[in-house]
Write a protein that binds this ligand. Structure first.
Ligand code: IVH
Length: 699
């Protein structure tokens, strides 16, 4: 390689790796595999080693993560930014409406109106106006904390700097996007100037909004549709539809295809009309969003852990493409699951190049679903096959079908491994589990490293500068073997013979930043701490529930110890937590009481202090801290709504009456529970009294 070739290759690698970094860290949509990324990085390092004088100022070997991310200040949203549950067919929509009616105890023929509007494929943004002046713009981030992009948002012409509103506070939420025409022009300009074109308008919009220099954002043709709101000092209207119209009169762009619908048939007809018009809209949409129109009903329906009960996204069918299956690799996840990954001849699906796809599990490859019934009419999937790939929104690509007419005569069925490809331990399938799992536990390097990747992930410890790649590299070099080791990195590699700052890709500043970022996470919310442990079946929502219920890690660990026999009072208490089922409880208790796991958690607790969970301030409610039991038929609300209301007031809701019950709310037809309450001398009230107690009716 000549010096000239080396220089131009280093320039190319700098661009490719910067884009890959951005896609991975900032947009959470990796465009190349980890292996490809590592190979490019190695190639870059090898050329730099041969031609040190050609090392660039923006050399990829000096960079960790995406610089764009570090530059924006964090913003805590006054009200969480939620995402939406998805529906894929008419049956899902019927269930959406039925669920709402059940929750609200509305008869089938009681009127229930919705709005329907396009789901814009961009990125959401929250704009905060105080006394009519734009004071802050923040991205969604993890929903709780986003990035402050105010200077950039001010350059978007659809976003007014001032609005005619005397309201003290008005947070307007909506989607930043780029039109097809603007996207095409931008990409032509990118290519002319020697820059890499963007994969699709969504990536272009995201990349343009998250620029360090607002002048760059200003030069990018971004647009904004308003469709929701956050904190408000006074309501905008009494219906979703009117509130959106109000945002329109205030000077925001609102989508002209927003429609009020009074039946499911109406909704689906509007969905089909938008779908038909999709190609002519001039911007990308990926479905239609339905929202309950009456805002008082929205308030009663409330939220699940990350999505509102009153809205759903009816997605358009995914785009598909045919390509060749080159290989099937098996990846081992943090819970030991063996996941087959399809390696494909790269193909463009919905504007993105896809070279990997999930194959779910061995049954899926063999052409059976989890109950043993045939899928794809029983066609199995083999290496060398012509396969159909699809992508639904942001999710990982999947294999949908196989074309047997392309299959060679000498092809053989895929043999799913019976031992873990990473540690050689037996890989077994438990009854009723579609997944084969490695039994190696903590001795399996893949499980250990995946556990730590999960531990540092965004919704868990979210340590800046410590992503999946760094964790993997540290693990391979025996710098870390379990989460606790992350917190002793400074002690072990801050000074002395081997130092982080001397590692490839690190320097004095980045090493120092990492140590500081790690120290900042020694105090962490209990819910994040629990989620970070990566216990099977214990996701973000459940971690939140457990944190609020137990308050401290000590209380939870002690409850797990007392529940270790999977029976008795502590076990019952766990099962009584709304949202905690038997499968989750079992997984929680067995993991927390397993000696090696527990020792590892104890070592972690020497390093970090999970902050006791903050309970909502409901101390003045009449039922705060009490345990309630609902029984019999409630007439004005469903059991689910009663439970949600009680919990919002700081009460616990249990399924059965015991000595610990404080109050029983009994409707008509209450049977043995009411009798038991009487026998135990527990106060029992009717639904009217409950409504007054909960402040739903004035006395
Ligand atoms: S409403 C509380 N309406 O879709 C409900 N979201 O998949 C807030 N989106 O995070 C969302 N178009 O970024 C809503 N018309 C629309 C939308 C929309 C696009 C995005 C939004 C949200 C994501 C959820």
């Amino acid at each position: 390689m000549s010096a000239n070739d080396a220089a131009s290759e280093l320039a190319r690698l700098a661009t490719v790796l910067a884009t890959a970094n951005r896609a991975y860290h900032t947009e959470d949509t990796p465009e190349i595999s980890d292996a490809e990324y590592d190979a490019l990085k190695q190639r870059n390092a090898a050329i730099e080693a041969r031609f040190p004088e050609l090392k660039r100022d923006d050399s990829p070997s000096e960079q960790v993560g995406a610089p764009v991310l570090d530059a924006f200040a964090k913003v805590t949203h006054a009200q969480r930014m939620m995402s939406l549950a998805n529906a894929f067919d008419d049956a899902d929509i019927a269930e959406f409406e039925a669920g709402i009616r059940r929750f609200l105890a509305l008869d089938d023929d009681a009127p229930l109106a919705f709005t329907a509007e396009p789901k814009i494929d961009g990125l959401s943004l929250s704009l905060r106006y105080e006394k009519g002046v734009l004071v802050q713009a923040a991205t969604r981030g993890d929903g709780t904390t986003g990035e402050n992009v105010t200077a950039n948002a001010r350059t978007i012409s659809d976003i007014p700097e001032r609005i005619e509103s005397e309201k003290e506070i008005l947070e307007v939420r909506g989607e930043v996007y780029m039109s097809h025409a603007d996207f095409a022009a931008l990409n032509t300009a990118q290519e002319t100037s020697g820059n890499k074109p963007f994969a699709n308008p969504r990536n272009a919009a995201a990349g343009s909004l998250r620029q360090l220099d607002p002048a760059v954002t200003k030069a990018r043709p971004l647009r904004f549709f308003a469709y929701a709101w956050g904190e408000l000092s006074a309501p905008l209207a009494t219906t979703q539809y009117d509130a959106i119209q109000r945002l329109g009169t205030l000077g925001f762009e609102v989508n002209p295809l927003t429609k009020r619908c009074t039946s499911q048939d109406d909704l689906v007809a509007h969905y089909r009309a938008i779908e038909t018009d999709r190609a002519n809209l001039g911007y990308d949409i990926d479905g239609v969003v339905y929202k309950v129109d009456a805002l008082d009903l929205q308030r009663r329906l409330g939220f699940r852990s990350t999505t509102p009960r009153w809205a759903i996204a009816h997605k358009f069918p995914a785009e598909t493409a045919w390509t060749t299956l080159e290989a099937i690799d098996i990846q081992v996840g943090r819970t030991g699951a063996l996941s087959p990954v399809a390696r494909l001849t790269p193909v463009t699906v919905g504007g993105v190049v896809v070279s990997n796809a999930t194959l779910h599990n061995e049954d899926y490859i063999e052409g059976r679903d989890s109950k043993g019934a045939p899928i794809r009419e029983g066609r199995d999937i083999r290496v060398g096959d012509r396969v159909q790939v699809y992508r639904a929104g942001d999710v990982i690509p999947k294999i949908k079908d196989v074309d047997l007419s392309y299959r060679k005569a000498d092809s053989v069925p895929f043999k799913f491994p019976q031992v873990c490809p990473e540690c050689g331990s037996a890989a077994i399938r438990e009854e009723g589990d579609a997944v084969r799992r490695c039994t190696g536990g903590l001795i399996c390097p893949a499980q250990a490293v995946e556990k730590m990747k999960h531990f540092v992930s965004r919704a868990a410890f979210d340590i800046e500068g410590l992503g999946a790649k760094q964790v993997e590299a540290f693990y391979l070099d025996d710098w870390i073997a379990e989460p606790a080791d992350i917190f002793t990195l400074r002690e072990r590699y801050g000074t002395g013979l081997r130092q982080l700052k001397n590692r490839e890709g690190w320097g004095e500043k980045s090493a120092d930043n990492l140590f500081t970022a790690i120290d900042e996470k020694r105090d962490i919310a209990l819910s994040r701490f629990l989620f970070a442990l990566g216990i099977r079946h214990v996701g973000e929502g459940a971690s939140g529930l457990l944190a609020t219920h137990f308050g401290t890690i000590e209380a939870l660990l002690s409850a797990a110890d007392r529940a270790s026999a999977l029976e008795g009072e502590a076990w019952e208490e766990l099962l009584n937590i709304d949202g905690v089922g038997e499968v989750m409880a079992r997984s929680l208790v067995t993991t927390l009481t397993q000696p090696a796991e527990r020792a590892s958690i104890d070592r972690l607790l020497e390093q970090v202090a999970p902050a006791p969970a903050e309970k909502p301030d409901v101390s003045d409610s009449a039922v705060a801290g009490k345990t309630l039991v609902f029984t019999g038929t409630l007439e004005t609300m469903s059991r689910a709504e009663a439970k949600a209301t009680a919990e919002a007031l700081g009460a616990k809701v249990a399924g059965s009456v015991s000595k610990k019950t404080d109050l029983v709310i009994a409707g008509p037809g209450a049977g043995s529970k009411a009798a038991k309450a009487e026998a135990l001398g527990i106060e029992t009230i009717d639904e009217d009294a409950w409504r007054q107690l909960a402040g739903l009716d004035s006395p």
